[in-house]
Structures are given as C-alpha cells and as structure tokens.
Design a binder for this molecule. Structure first.
Ligand code: HEC
Length: 217
C-alpha cells in the first residue's frame, strides 16, 4: 500500500466523518428538542367530589363563609390526622400535643399540664378562628419554634371543617362569624362567574381544565 493509497483511505474516512457531523448538525437544527415548559408528567387526578374545585376557588372565599358552609362531620374525619397527638374529648389527656377540648377562643398555650414550646408560649392571645386557620395551614410558619410537627392542612375547606369541629368540642361553642358578601375580583366579575363557576362546579368537566383555569398562562 503506497502512501497515495493511504491518503485516499484517510481522506475517505475523514470525509465520512465530516459528512456525518454535518448531518447531525443539520438534523439537530431541524429536529431540535424543545425542553418541556413544565418538567415531569401532569397527572390529572380526580379529587373527591368538589375537592379540586374548592382548591381552585379558595383564594376568594373568606374564612367566615367557609366556616358557615363547613360540615363538622367532615371536620371530624379531617381531625383523624390529629388524633395521633391530640384528644378532643372533655378532660382528654395530653398526648404528644395538648388536649384540645374547648380550644377555640381559649388562651393560646394554656392547657393544664402541657409543656408548650417557647414558640407557642410566645404567641399569646386567643385561638380565634382566623388564628387557628393560619396555624393549621402551616403550623411551623405561623408559630415559629412550635413543637407541633404537623405539615398543615392545605385545603381551606378542610381547615374550616376541622375548625368547626373543634368549635363543637366545647362547653360553649363560639358563634361563627357572619358570612360576608363575596364579589369576584374586578374584570372577571361577570364573565368570570358565568364562564368559570358553572364549569368548575360540574364534576364531569376534565380535571386538567379545572387546574389550568385559575392561572391562565
Ligand atoms: C405530630 C403530632 C401532632 C399532630 C399530628 C397535630 N398536632 Fe396539634 N399540637 C401538637 C403539639 C406538640 C402541640 C404543642 C405545640 C407547642 O407547644 O408548640 C400542638 C398544639 C396544637 C394547638 C394549640 C393548642 C393550645 O393549647 O394552644 C392546636 C389548636 C392544635 N395543635 C391543633 C391541631 C389540629 C387541629 C391537628 C390536626 C389537624 C393537629 N393539631 C395535629 C402536636 C400535633
């Protein structure tokens, strides 16, 4: 094999490489991979009954209205998350957390015989509906340093239900705040109500739509 022939072979190999390289550049240009806007799969989970709807409608509904609409029986079932640490019955023992009988409108951190964290002792005041709602949404954010290691209840309707249930566990349940008239935020007022509200209430509308509705991007 003389050097001329070797040159030809090398040239052919080099040429092929260049060709393949250019092919890949061109095809990358044509079939560019666009990264998805949102990473991961979107899984449309149909929540129990009005769950997803409520979550979407949450921000507009004042606590007073949620409390008035809340069902204490549902609250009792939400409260199953608490019973590992709390007793609700009158004279209930302190467990990991203090007994909660009569906690609504009671002074914060004062249940007899319970050793509260200093975070809770510093909170002071009474357990108003509002305070309970904030605390149960995110205990450690609302009461920094609390020893209640509970992530919180995300859904406002569930919190309202459990608060109404808590309120019943009392010798003298507090009166619920009066519901207030809700007006939808500015522009959406009429159209938004007509378009979104009925669709959101229907259970057979595709869940994906419900999810996208509030944050139209
Ligand atoms: C993992 C255990 C745990 C769970 C679950 C838990 N808590 Fe607690 N909770 C505590 C502890 C501990 C405290 C005392 C906090 C402190 O001293 O900082 C507390 C305090 C409280 C207080 C304040 C009581 C007072 O006397 O001031 C309320 C109200 C309360 N919890 C409600 C609930 C409700 C309602 C649930 C269920 C949705 C729940 N907790 C779930 C452990 C728990």
């Amino acid at each position: 094999m003389d050097s001329f022939e070797l040159n030809k072979i090398m040239g052919a190999i080099l040429g092929t490489c260049l060709f393949v390289l250019s092919l890949s550049i061109v095809s990358n240009g044509i079939f560019a991979a666009h990264p998805p806007k949102k990473a991961g799969y979107e899984i449309a989970v149909k929540d129990d009954k009005a769950g997803a709807t409520q979550a979407a409608a949450e921000p507009q509904i004042p606590l007073a209205n949620l409390l008035n609409e809340a069902n204490p029986e549902k609250g009792a079932s939400v409260a199953r998350q608490c019973v590992a640490c709390h007793e609700f019955a009158k004279g209930g023992a302190n467990k990991v957390g203090p007994g909660l009988y009569g906690v609504v409108n009671n002074d914060v951190g004062t249940h007899a015989g319970f050793n509260y964290s200093s975070g809770m002792k510093n909170k002071k005041g009474k357990w108003t509906f509002e305070d309970l709602d904030k605390f149960l949404e995110n205990p450690s954010k609302t009461v920094p340093g609390t020893s209640m290691t509970f992530l919180g209840i995300r859904r406002a309707t569930d919190r309202a239900a459990v608060i109404v249930y808590l309120n019943k566990q009392s010798d003298s349940p507090a009166e619920l705040p009066k519901p207030v008239a809700v007006s939808a935020p500015d522009g959406q007022k009429k159209d938004g109500e007509k378009k979104d509200a009925p669709a959101a209430k229907k259970d057979d509308s595709p869940p994906a739509e419900k999810k996208d509705a509030p944050a139209k991007q």
